[in-house]
Design a protein. Structure first.
Length: 246
């Protein structure tokens, strides 16, 4: 058996292996995304029965192998069980996990991505927050972590910081009133611009502390959606469920 490690992380996917085992992916602070085998996890009396399910957050004692890890012990501090009673929130949660699984890899520092994922799932449990707003905030902050977020602080054409009333997907950011002629752009109010700037720069602990009017959320939704789908060709399976009427 290989080296024993104690990692802080969250189960982001799980699938059955054989009759009673599971193969899980854990997003960890110390090793990024890892794959671990859980012996007997599907037995009714297994100590890993709940701990090997998606959303389980805590400490995982694993043994390192050549191509994967083996789970030895767990100490779960949060299961996010409340998501099970809210189907809409659960599907948003699975979408967030799928994004995390796609954009992370092994042997990276997973601290920032794990922290973002954790507070985002907590935000889904807040009745005062629109889940669709939570989604767009999360997506934009993922782009920040990847270094691929749009510039909404100055005009992409002339560099001016005033009059930023439009967003150009093609130019990767804001465009001022003087430079938008002849371009295919999305209009944005001052409140929408501020919301974009805030989401990109706010400390993590303040990220999910605001709400938006219906009009501003509609503009934010259009901008983030257009930007993501223009520059990311990957199709997330769980995203299909988010278009349903609940």
């Amino acid at each position: 058996m290989g080296q024993k490690l104690v990692l802080t992380g969250m189960v982001i996917s799980a699938m059955p292996v054989g009759d009673y085992d599971k193969r899980i992916q854990i997003l960890t602070r110390e090793r990024g995304k890892i794959t671990a085998f859980v012996r007997g996890a599907r037995r009714p009396n297994s100590a890993f029965l709940a701990a090997s399910n998606p959303f389980s957050f805590g400490q995982f004692e694993v043994y390192e192998g050549k191509s994967a890890y083996t789970l030895g012990k767990v100490n779960i501090s949060c299961y996010f069980r409340e998501l099970a009673s809210n189907l809409q929130a659960a599907y948003y949660g699975f979408y967030f996990l799928e994004m995390a699984a796609y954009y992370t890899q092994e042997n990276m520092d997973g601290t920032h991505f794990l922290n973002l994922l954790y507070i985002t799932l907590k935000a889904l449990l807040k009745p005062s927050l629109d889940n669709h707003l939570v989604r767009r905030i999360y997506e934009l902050r993922v782009l920040v972590l990847l270094g691929e977020y749009p510039n909404v602080f100055s005009c992409m054409q002339c560099g001016k910081k005033e009059g930023l009333a439009y967003f150009s997907v093609w130019r990767h950011g804001a465009v001022c009133t003087d430079c938008q002629q002849g371009e295919t752009v999305l209009h944005m109010d001052a409140s929408t611009l501020y919301a974009l700037q805030y989401i990109i720069t706010a400390p993590l602990e303040h990220l999910y502390t605001f709400t938006l009017s219906e009009k501003v959320l509609e503009q934010l939704d259009g901008i983030v959606s257009a930007y993501i789908h223009q520059y990311n060709s990957h199709e997330f399976k769980s995203e299909d469920m988010l278009g349903k009427d609940w």
